[in-house]
Write a protein that binds this ligand. Structure first.
Ligand SMILES: *[C@@H]1O[C@H](CO)[C@@H](O)[C@H](O)[C@H]1NC(C)=O
Ligand SMILES: *[C@@H]1O[C@H](CO)[C@@H](O)[C@H](O)[C@H]1NC(C)=O
Ligand SMILES: *[C@@H]1O[C@H](CO)[C@@H](O)[C@H](O)[C@H]1NC(C)=O
Ligand SMILES: *[C@@H]1O[C@H](CO)[C@@H](O)[C@H](O)[C@H]1NC(C)=O
Ligand SMILES: *[C@@H]1O[C@H](CO)[C@@H](O)[C@H](O)[C@H]1NC(C)=O
Length: 564
């Protein structure tokens, strides 16, 4: 599917601007327009990823503790054990340190395992180090300015020790799961109403509707050590004021004041008027995972967006105690990582590390059907566009549904197949079953050997949210991810109370026969985009709604060992 690659790649051995080694040259998409050479004395901050010593060992350990058939199921790894897998070898550290020292550069170690370094140098130094020509580009889609280069040359004796140097040749832009569509609605009448399902849910999706439809308990969680995290970017912020009003209207059964903590990373905002995505994410974690301690991780803008994703993961991996569940409603077009496997793999392995330590990682799948985040307006792609990190096999991607009888696929629910990550074993049978049912349809438009996403789904239309004093109805897979994450946080609560470990990386469990039977299979609807019909939701797993939406009662029976 080279046609769809955002960047065309050439890898040649060359002498470039005085640096001997492997040269990589890229041709960015035309909407990245060069403006001028980056001023030589301006500074550029680069993250250098060193090759992990034993990434296969990390993956094997992750599956060993996540596969319910394994004797080690639930025996999550310590911080030190996980770090040992990804730590660079002494040779790698020496080769890279020597290389930087030759240029009089002294890096800072920014990951707990020592596999990521950061340097802050003048553009002239970066150009000399990498045989680069750092240039200011304007992203005409977003209006953002990026400092990038069209080529880098890595010395031969360093090359094999590096995963990536970012930002150099990566033209990657963050998408909020598309601007969530919304409409303004009148404030709710405050009452202790708890209507029967159909009338409750016909008006809007609120916590009572989700609790009734998915059998989610309203009783407060109480297990020691339980916690849920919400990752947020782009200066999104939620407020206590909106949350309290939301609870007055929609959780009248809760008598205590709802709350959440805010942790700022990279100078992320900690106050201000509530914004849409953050308010949605907080109101449907605090509002569903009743009394589970909730932390809002506000990640600022360190410049390149991929760095923001790197920084939150390093922040979390440095903690002794991790949130047991993490939900994110932001992502990228996978095609923007084409040719940058080192960077994409580093992200994906970071989620594997969180999973190995016992955290369930959820990402919204995206809101543009089969054509990824960015293609809804341009429709310039020639094949279906998967979203990243949803295509990483070591996390749980959440798609969208709508309606109640029947519950059907939300047409915007992003889903499809990765061009970078192969189908993992745990979903081999489920994906094979789908491809058989699909036959030859859409041949050439997607990668039949890629990791299929999403894994699961949930209601994603007409969520009522209070944003800066106003009630809105919001739609998007952004709503489904915090909801599903909250369900898992409540399942963890039951497990912790029963003396069992948390669920951690949950896909191997969900794709088992018993796991799939504990979800509501969605078999109606599809995810069209850019004029294409989109994948149909069919019996079993499909790349629109995954295995389906949660049934808490069945999941609880499954995860507390009393059978389905
Ligand atoms: C660097 O890029 C600029 C355009 O931004 C170009 O004018 C200049 O010739 C390039 N320099 C080298 C050494 O390639
Ligand atoms: C904790 O919550 C569970 C489920 O609601 C409940 O059965 C149990 O009594 C609670 N335990 C305590 C100590 O409150
Ligand atoms: C399809 O996916 C596989 C598995 O990730 C990958 O190796 C292959 O390069 C992909 N093919 C194309 C044409 O992208
Ligand atoms: C929040 O609401 C206040 C009061 O209505 C308004 O002045 C302010 O502009 C709003 N903030 C945003 C970000 O919309
Ligand atoms: C699919 O759902 C629509 C309503 O959303 C309904 O009209 C139609 O009958 C359903 N089809 C099947 C096969 O269930």
């Amino acid at each position: 599917m080279a046609r769809s690659l955002l960047v065309a790649l050439a890898t040649i051995v060359a002498i470039s601007l005085g640096v001997h080694g492997r040269q990589k040259t890229v041709v960015p998409k035309p909407h990245f327009v060069p403006v001028r050479p980056a001023p030589p004395t301006s500074s550029v901050q680069l993250t250098i990823g060193l090759s992990p010593t034993n990434v296969d060992g990390l993956h094997a350990a992750l599956y060993d503790v996540s596969d319910p058939k394994s004797a080690n199921y639930g025996k999550h790894l310590s911080k030190a054990a996980v770090e040992a897998f990804v730590a660079p070898s002494a040779d790698s550290v020496k080769a890279v340190t020597d290389w930087l020292t030759q240029h009089n550069i002294h890096p800072e170690v920014v990951s707990p395992a020592g596999d990521m370094l950061r340097i802050d140098v003048p553009v002239s130094t970066a150009n000399a180090l990498l045989g680069a020509n750092f240039t200011e580009f304007k992203d005409q889609r977003s209006g953002a300015t990026l400092v990038r280069t069209l080529s880098v040359t890595i010395p031969d004796d360093v090359d094999s020790h590096l995963q990536f140097v970012h930002p150099t040749t990566q033209y990657v832009t963050l998408r909020v799961k598309s601007n969530p569509r919304f409409k303004v609605v009148p404030p709710p009448t405050v009452s202790a109403k708890r209507q029967s399902l159909p009338s409750e849910c016909a008006i809007d999706v609120d916590p009572a509707c989700l609790q009734a439809f998915y059998h989610i308990p309203i009783a407060p969680a109480n297990a020691t050590g339980n916690a849920i995290g919400v990752a947020s970017y782009l200066n999104e912020i939620a407020t206590e004021d909106d949350l309290e009003s939301f609870f007055l209207g929609f959780r009248p059964d809760v008598t205590t004041t709802p709350k959440f903590d805010i942790v700022s990373i990279d100078g992320g905002v900690t106050s201000g008027d509530g914004t849409l995505e953050a308010s949605l994410d907080i109101q449907y974690t605090v509002g569903i995972a009743t009394d589970v301690p909730t932390t809002f991780y506000s990640v600022g803008d360190p410049g390149p967006f991929a760095q923001a994703f790197i920084d939150i993961v390093n922040f979390l991996l440095a903690q002794d105690e991790l949130p047991l569940v993490l939900t994110t409603s932001f992502g990228f077009d996978e095609s923007e990582f084409a040719g940058e496997d080192g960077l994409a793999n580093t992200f994906c392995n970071a989620y594997a590390q969180l999973g190995a330590r016992g955290t369930s990682v959820f990402f919204a799948s995206g809101d543009n059907g089969v054509y990824s985040f960015g293609f809804d307006s341009d429709c310039d792609a020639t094949d279906f566009g998967p979203t990243f990190p949803s295509t990483c096999p070591f996390l749980t991607s959440v798609g969208g549904t709508q309606g109640f009888s029947p519950e059907v696929a939300a047409p915007f629910s992003s889903g499809g197949f990765s061009n970078m990550f192969a189908t993992p074993d745990y979903q081999g049978a489920a994906v094979g079953n789908y491809l058989n049912q699909l036959g030859g349809e859409f041949f050439g438009l997607f990668n039949r050997s890629g990791r299929g996403f999403p894994d699961v789904s949930g209601q994603s239309v007409d969520y009522i949210v209070r944003v800066n004093g106003t009630f809105l109805l919001v739609e998007g897979t952004s709503a489904a991810s915090p909801m599903f994450a909250s369900v898992v946080a409540l399942l963890n609560d039951a497990r912790l109370n029963a003396g069992q470990p948390p669920l951690g990386f949950i896909n191997p469990l969900l794709y088992s026969d018993q796991g799939a039977a504990a979800l509501n299979d969605i078999t109606n609807g599809s995810n069209p985009g850019c004029g294409a019909q989109g994948f149909p939701a069919l019996q079993g797993w499909d790349p629109v709604t995954g295995l389906g939406s949660p049934d808490f009662d069945k999941l609880l029976a499954l995860v507390t060992g009393t059978g389905v």
